[in-house]
Ligand binder design. Structure first.
Ligand code: ZN
Length: 298
């Protein structure tokens, strides 16, 4: 099976993770722009971070045969630094319209403040203007309220529901997202309430349509193999393999290829790895023998 992990912060992961993900069948990832665990103090930090998402990280993934896409946006936490937020929004046209950027995101609410409202509305309008999908981060506290408020704002700003991917859902919010017509994504964290077992139950109850599984793995306790592990558990639980394929591959592809930035045919072909390549004269290797695949006719 091949897998798509449409929410993972690879900048905070190791090359061992990339290798394990490739070995487990993960063929494509989306890395949403987010905060860094502590607040940034300068707009230049955002410039360099966004540049790495469309540059170095994309290259690093390619060295392991994984297609790397990203989303660009100002996260809800840092939206509350209003002076800095204004400067970051000015960067949006420069980065969000680049190759491989498949959505505006991850945006949404953290503490549900007025500043977060303004920044979210601005970014939804920006996404509409450029016909980009919107990836929504829902708050970990007060999740239901955050999700309902985001759906209301999306409707008010005219974001088409098929362009809206609501992430970090749980059993209490899944119906809000699905009934609104949006995509409902679920983050599977190890040793938590929203683990793989509960995901199996969600798919049994609601079916696979518009449901997406992701890992949101980052610098915290998380698992970059959550998507293939959940798929395995679903198959063992007797869920139709076609349904498993929808929630761990096809739905994410359908949602984010609305950006026009995903070459589906290339994704379906066998990746050709060439580790002799360099990015700005930099390699992922440290003296190891580079793997250089022969191009295979498909
Ligand atoms: Zn995230």
């Amino acid at each position: 099976m091949r897998f798509f992990d449409p929410h993972i912060h690879m900048s905070s992961r190791t090359t061992d993770d990339y290798q394990a993900m490739a070995d487990a069948g993960i063929r494509a990832v989306i890395e949403p722009a987010f905060w860094l665990g502590q607040p940034r103090t300068e707009v230049g930090s955002f410039i360099d971070y966004f540049s790495s998402l469309v540059g170095w990280e994309r290259f690093r993934a390619s060295q392991f045969g994984i297609a790397h896409f990203c989303t660009i946006g100002l996260n809800s936490k840092e939206a509350n630094n209003e002076a800095l937020a204004e400067q970051v929004l000015e960067l949006m046209p420069r980065f969000a319209l680049k190759e491989g950027v498949v959505a505006v995101g991850e945006i949404g609410y953290d503490e549900i403040t007025k500043a977060e409202d303004r920044v979210l509305e601005w970014q939804m309008n920006f996404a509409n203007e450029h016909e980009l999908p919107v990836m929504v981060h829902s708050p970990h506290r007060d999740k239901k309220r955050g999700i309902v408020r985001t759906l209301d704002l999306a409707k008010a700003t005219g974001v088409p529901m098929e362009m809206l991917i609501m992430d970090h859902n749980n059993e209490e919010t899944v119906e809000d997202s699905l009934n609104a017509g949006a995509w409902a994504a679920f983050t599977i964290y190890p040793h938590t309430k929203m683990g793989s077992e509960r995901m199996v139950e969600v798919v049994k109850k609601y079916g696979p349509e518009r449901i997406i599984v992701d890992s949101s793995a980052d610098w915290g306790v998380s698992d970059p193999l959550s998507v293939p592990k959940t798929a395995k558990l679903m198959l063992e639980a007797g869920i139709d393999p076609k349904a498993v394929e929808l929630v761990t591959w096809q739905n994410a592809l359908d949602a984010y290829s609305q950006s026009g930035q995903i070459d589906t045919e290339a994704l379906l072909s066998t990746p050709v790895i060439d580790q002799s390549q360099l990015f700005l004269e930099n390699s992922v290797l440290r003296g190891q023998e580079p793997r250089v695949d022969e191009a295979v006719p498909n």
